[in-house]
Design a protein around this ligand. Structure first.
Ligand code: HEM
Ligand code: HEM
Length: 182
């Protein structure tokens, strides 16, 4: 069991890296599945992957937030300037918000459009939103545009993490790495 100040707890690390891997896979899949040049069967498989993994992302992000409320993250190291601590905090909050917006808008777009979400359908989970064209097109637009905020924020976040690891070498990266803790 880790103490505060030495890094994120094992559960937080596992959840962080699971979300990182699936989000980094889901973004290009979302774009590829809409490409006319990709064969129809491949696109259908990518659609099924994207929708269902997207729902899993939503659940994982909610699990992270719940865990974070129960076991708050370790305080930021003292050597970091105040402005960096603030930007890091804002970036992390932004990532959580944008992931929720992305996943919820994807869910609403599909359910309001009366399309299947195979995993939820198999589990017998009823649709939480009505079939409605206005709702569908609004959610579709939100789902389309959110990536233009999400992707730059991920690039900033990963860039900062790698800067800490390879340039500053100040132990900030090790707060989250390795994925399973020590
Ligand atoms: C390969 C890419 C990634 C690396 C190297 C990385 C690295 C890190 C590191 C070192 C931290 C801890 C920062 C601290 O000490 O406070 C962290 C936190 C965080 N990362 Fe990443 N990350 C990556 C990808 C992602 C992705 C794709 C997302 C989400 C889209 C993400 C979301 C977050 C969030 C929300 C936190 C804050 C955790 C919390 O305090 O609740 N990360 N990341
Ligand atoms: C954080 C999770 C998610 C990310 C990062 C993501 C990302 C993307 C991206 C980048 C696109 C391409 C947008 C375009 O070019 O129009 C897309 C499209 C799409 N996504 Fe997601 N998505 C996520 C979750 C979901 C979920 C949970 C669902 C449904 C259950 C979903 C359903 C769709 C659908 C149906 C499209 C096709 C867009 C359309 O033509 O309406 N996504 N997604």
């Amino acid at each position: 069991m880790e103490r505060s100040g030495t890094g994120y707890r094992r559960t937080a690390r596992v959840l962080h890296w699971l979300v990182a891997i699936v989000v980094i896979a889901t973004l290009p899949v979302g774009m590829l599945m809409l490409e006319e040049s990709v064969p129809r069967e491949t696109r259908d498989a990518l659609f099924i992957f994207h929708k269902n993994v997207g729902v899993v992302i939503l659940l994982l992000v909610l699990a992270r937030l719940a865990y974070r409320a129960w076991r708050p993250p370790p305080p930021m190291p003292d050597h970091l300037p105040r402005w960096q601590v603030r930007i890091a905090g804002a970036t992390h909050a932004g990532l959580y918000v944008l992931l929720l917006v992305m996943a919820v808008s994807g869910y609403v777009r599909v359910e309001a459009g009366n399309f299947p979400i195979e995993l939820l359908d198999a589990l017998g989970v009823p649709a939480l939103v009505p079939v409605n064209e206005t709702l569908e097109t609004t959610a579709q637009a939100i789902h389309f545009w959110t990536r233009f905020l999400l992707v730059p924020l991920i690039v900033l976040h990963v860039g900062a993490a790698l800067h800490h690891r390879f340039v500053l070498r100040d132990g900030v990266f090790a707060r989250m790495w390795p994925p399973l803790g020590r």
